[in-house]
Design a protein around this ligand. Structure first.
Ligand code: C2E
Ligand code: MG
Ligand code: MG
Length: 444
């Protein structure tokens, strides 16, 4: 670790994945509109009004899927596409596309495309829903492929149409399977390349800390938050939004978090000899996974003792995601560290799951109002009410309250008027490399 923006909501891989899913939805919606309208015309010509009604329903669903995709409601668009296409494909296979000597059934091949797209699009959904949906499509495919059965009506398509249709259906469905498998394989390859990259980065100490000042109401720096950055040999400077998620998924957050903690403590040792810096506190983010390590307390104590850090200068920032774990264990570890003098801040407060009864039990020093509330504090009455409530709650429980993401004087004024006197945000400074941070402290 060498000494020394705002978090994008999605990593580049996730953005690429979403873009591909949206492209797939556009393609699906287009297909539904095209198929719905052309079949509706065809059957209207034959005066088969019941089928025309079904085709118009498919057309309407296609339009709705396009509308939802346009408004970025990807999940709803996909469910609508999946359910309506499942009904349409199964219905056509059973009623119109009855196998004959001249041509086998072929419409059901689209069920393979639907099953694979369910696995792809819903891969981050909780529970087993995607397996049930994909399983339903595969099972229906198997039944339709293994049997010749169907519902014989006057609407069954003649062989003259079905022979050509078999080729069209097969080519389209095989192309669909190809496209989806291609997306799956390239997502996987990218993921493992990024993981190797990250592992190498941790081993080679390619990460360093930047420091964002925390100031009081007179503009004096009282401390800083240490934030990781990755100096990637090819990608350049990488912000945490692009690697923390992967580090959590792969467990690399544990050694990475330890590097951050060690580097932050090393700075506290240097600062202890400088009167302007000796009283600053340094906040370090600790992920839930890192905190839940059995020997986390021993690790922190080892670093503090090894380097000779004054423990009360160190503040560990935890998030509410920690509280889905064993709360007794969390309280015990916090109490042990607090007994050493280490402080605790609850980061991104208000965005997670913490219930008030848990909050009461945690030996915290500080609540950090999440920047999503601070951002709209002047324009959204709900966010203003939440910010006010957090400040009062923190005070009633005996905690200090800090607001992060303060960007305007108006926001600072609102916070001061409501009793919050410590701030962090672009209004004061962005996170700075070490040298600039030290200059900033000396200037204020
Ligand atoms: P966080 O701990 O909530 O850190 C605050 C984030 O808000 C930082 O983003 C900071 O640059 C950004 N920020 C601060 N003031 C403003 C502002 O006025 N406007 C806007 N738009 N943004 C502001 P950053 O550095 O990209 O870090 C993102 C997240 O990555 C952090 O959120 C934290 O959850 C995680 N992270 C960073 N370093 C570490 C680390 O060492 N360990 C762990 N576990 N997580 C880390
Ligand atoms: Mg933080
Ligand atoms: Mg935060």
């Amino acid at each position: 670790m060498a000494a020394s923006g705002s978090m994008p909501p999605l990593s580049p891989q996730a953005v690429l994945h979403l873009r591909r899913v949206r492209a797939m939805l556009w393609f699906g919606a287009g297909l539904m509109i095209l198929m719905g309208s052309s079949w509706a015309l065809f059957f209207a010509y034959q005066k088969a009004w019941i089928i025309v009604a079904v085709d118009l329903l498919m057309l309407a669903s296609g339009v709705r899927v396009a509308f939802l995709t346009l408004h970025h409601r990807t999940r709803a668009a996909f469910y609508l596409l999946l359910i309506s296409m499942y009904c349409v494909v199964t219905g056509i296979s059973l009623v119109f596309d009855l196998p004959s000597e001249a041509a086998p059934r072929s419409t059901h091949h689209f069920l393979l495309v639907l099953a694979l797209s369910a696995l792809l699009v819903l891969h981050e959904e909780r529970g087993h829903l995607r397996h049930w949906l994909a399983g339903l499509c595969f099972a229906t495919f198997a039944v339709l492929a293994a049997t010749n059965g169907g519902i014989s009506t006057e609407y069954g398509l003649p062989d003259s149409i079905r022979v050509g249709g078999t080729w069209v259906n097969t080519i389209f469905s095989v192309s669909g399977v190809y496209a989806i498998v291609h997306i799956m394989v390239s997502d996987l390859a990218k993921h493992s390349t990024h993981e190797q990259d990250l592992r190498r980065g941790v081993l080679r100490h390619e990460f360093f800390l930047v420091y964002q000042p925390q100031v009081n109401s007179s503009g004096m720096v009282t401390g800083a938050e240490a934030l990781l950055r990755w100096q990637h040999p090819r990608r350049g400077l990488v912000p945490p939004g692009e690697f923390i998620g992967l580090a959590e998924e792969t467990g690399l957050i544990v050694p990475l978090g330890l590097q951050a903690l060690e580097a932050a403590c090393q700075q506290l040792v240097y600062w202890a000899d400088d009167p302007k810096l000796a009283t600053l506190t340094l906040s370090v983010n600790v992920s839930a996974q890192q905190f839940s390590q059995k020997d986390f307390v021993a690790q922190v104590q080892g670093i503090l003792d090894g380097k000779g850090v004054v423990p009360k200068r160190l503040k560990l920032e935890l998030t509410e995601s920690l509280l889905v774990q064993d709360v007794d264990d969390v309280v015990q570890k916090m109490s042990l560290l607090r007994a050493l003098g280490v402080g605790f801040s609850l980061d991104d407060f208000g965005t997670g799951y913490s219930s008030l009864s848990y909050l009461k039990r945690l030996p915290l020093d500080q609540l950090k109002i999440d920047q999503s509330f601070v951002r709209d504090v002047l324009t959204n009455s709900h966010d203003a009410a939440i910010a006010r409530t957090v400040i009062h709650l923190g005070k009633d429980l005996g905690f200090a309250v800090i607001a992060e993401g303060v960007e305007t004087a108006g926001q600072r004024e609102f916070l001061t008027d409501n009793g919050c006197y410590i701030f962090q945000g672009y209004l004061f400074s962005k996170p700075l490399p070490l040298v600039q941070f030290l200059e900033y402290v000396r200037r204020t």
